[in-house]
Design a protein around this ligand. Structure first.
Ligand SMILES: NC(=O)c1ccc[n+]([C@@H]2O[C@H](COP(=O)([O-])OP(=O)(O)OC[C@H]3O[C@@H](n4cnc5c(N)ncnc54)[C@H](O)[C@@H]3O)[C@@H](O)[C@H]2O)c1
Length: 436
């Protein structure tokens, strides 16, 4: 029996790790400890998943006690992003394996610390990049590996987040760079990891533009310039286009996905924190729009954009190679798209020849069917019949974060950023010198 301790009893922890562990993997896996800075998270979790009602609870400061008392084999980290590094380093010090949610950390500097600690530990770090496990994304990986498009020369990836999902980031801790690293790390690290994995290349240089256009106090949609409101009690919510689009006039959330906490009383799941903060607060310090260019070590180029306030959600992808091109367009969450959507396919267009359209075998489950297959690899070990590596390690986690950091720093400093400089800590040292 493998013993798992959970750092951060978040929504994601409950849905991705705790419930699957007790419902699908209990023959070989046992949850032995729960750690969180907010004790209310334990009662929330135990009310929702009664099978874990006797699992021991530990405060933020009790990591050592948790390890001594529960003797875990693996520490799973799914707390607020900025806290990942602390628990990863502590677990590695005990030579324990770590499974961490993305982003591995919120700065390249912390990623470097994790990689160094892993080198000195018997423990291994796995980063749960679930987008890799989406069947469309696996098929694209296989097509590139088969050489169907030859050597990849350039990638166009435009990612669209709708007003429902996009605004949710600005209601929660994610809206502060100190907690999430900003959305070029918190969200785009998924996309940068996909590209790194598909191309089997590492990012070298990044240049980007970005801005805060929809959220924050200067937004054209802000019904009243006033800080500190919450959707659950807001008296101008009916004048808020984002609130009215997705909620009834009564205070009940109509539409759900795993980025929104629950239908009613969302704020009640935490002690000193509300996930329904006003998206127009002036303390929001991250961007909601980016365009950027990335250069890779074996010569490929990426043209990337992401926007967190669009009328529908999905992505548009093209991968160009010396022998042909792959194209795909996805609409996420079709129930939220205000028009009929076509089913996703992958088009393969050889440079000289006929186009083929591929209908991928779909799977059930979260994140396009990726989450359940990832859970099997995490709890049973990587599928030995798969012919290529798909589980991510600390190096993958680090390059994804460093690309995201390079992107927001490029926006701020209006210059291109070298990924290795961020990872080596030179950038951090340069900043420290300037601070002194
Ligand atoms: N892979 C995916 O598709 C995906 C999807 C959603 C979330 N996530 C990741 O999962 C994690 C949780 O996200 P969420 O939206 O479910 O969060 P959440 O807001 O539901 O929970 C965050 C938790 O972190 C806890 N926490 C804060 N500071 C802490 C500390 N110092 N020590 C221990 N716990 C602390 C909070 O009390 C809370 O329980 C994040 O890292 C997020 O990036 C990944």
């Amino acid at each position: 029996m493998k013993r798992f301790a959970m750092c951060g009893v978040s929504q994601r922890a409950m849905g991705m790790f705790i419930r699957p562990m007790v419902e699908n993997f209990s023959e070989t896996c046992e949850l032995v400890g729960l750690l969180d800075q907010d004790e209310k998270r334990f009662s929330e979790c135990k009310a929702d998943i009664p099978q874990v009602s006797s699992v021991c609870e530990f405060k933020e400061s009790q990591f050592e006690e948790m390890v001594a008392e529960t003797k875990p084999d693996v520490v799973i980290v799914a707390s607020r992003d900025d806290t990942h590094v602390t628990y990863i380093l502590k677990a590695l010090k005990h030579n324990l394996d770590v499974i961490t949610e993305k982003p591995m950390a919120t700065t390249a500097f912390d990623c470097k610390r994790i990689m160094k600690a892993e080198e000195e530990s018997l423990g291994n770090v796995t980063v749960t990049f679930n987008y890799r496990y989406n069947p469309y994304h696996m098929k694209i990986k296989e097509m590139i590996m088969e050489g169907k498009i030859g050597k990849v020369t350039s990638v166009d990836l435009n990612w669209y987040i709708d007003t429902y999902h996009g605004s949710s980031y600005f209601q929660r801790w994610n809206r502060k760079r100190e907690y999430s690293g900003g959305l070029s790390i918190h969200k785009s690290s998924h996309h940068f990891d996909l590209i790194n994995w598909w191309l089997d290349q590492s990012p070298v240089e990044v240049f980007a533009f970005g801005g805060l256009n929809y959220y924050g106090s200067q937004s054209d949609y802000n019904p009243e310039k006033k800080d500190g409101r919450h959707c659950g009690t807001c008296d101008v919510s009916q004048h808020c286009a984002y609130y009215s689009r997705w909620n009834a006039r009564g205070k009940g959330v109509k539409v759900r996905d795993d980025h929104i906490k629950s239908d009613t009383g969302r704020e009640k799941g935490y002690t000193d924190y509300r996930p329904d903060q006003c998206i127009f607060d002036s303390d929001i310090d991250i961007e909601d729009t980016y365009t950027g260019t990335v250069r890779y070590d074996k010569g490929s180029l990426l043209s990337y954009s992401i926007n967190f306030s669009l009328p529908y959600e999905g992505y548009r992808l093209a991968i160009n190679g010396t022998k042909g091109r792959i194209e795909s367009m996805e609409y996420h969450a079709p129930s939220r798209v205000p028009f009929p959507t076509p089913e996703q396919t992958i088009d393969y267009i050889p440079l000289f020849g006929s186009k083929e359209t591929i209908h991928v075998v779909k799977r059930e489950g979260g994140h396009g069917g990726g989450d359940p297959v990832l859970q099997e690899d995490l709890f049973w070990g990587a599928d030995p019949l798969r012919s290529y590596a798909i589980l991510s390690g600390s190096r993958d986690g680090a390059y994804a974060v460093a690309t995201g950091e390079a992107m927001w720093r490029s926006v701020k400093e209006n210059r291109s950023m070298m990924v290795e400089e961020l990872l080596s800590g030179e950038e951090q040292q340069r900043k420290d010198i300037h601070r002194v």
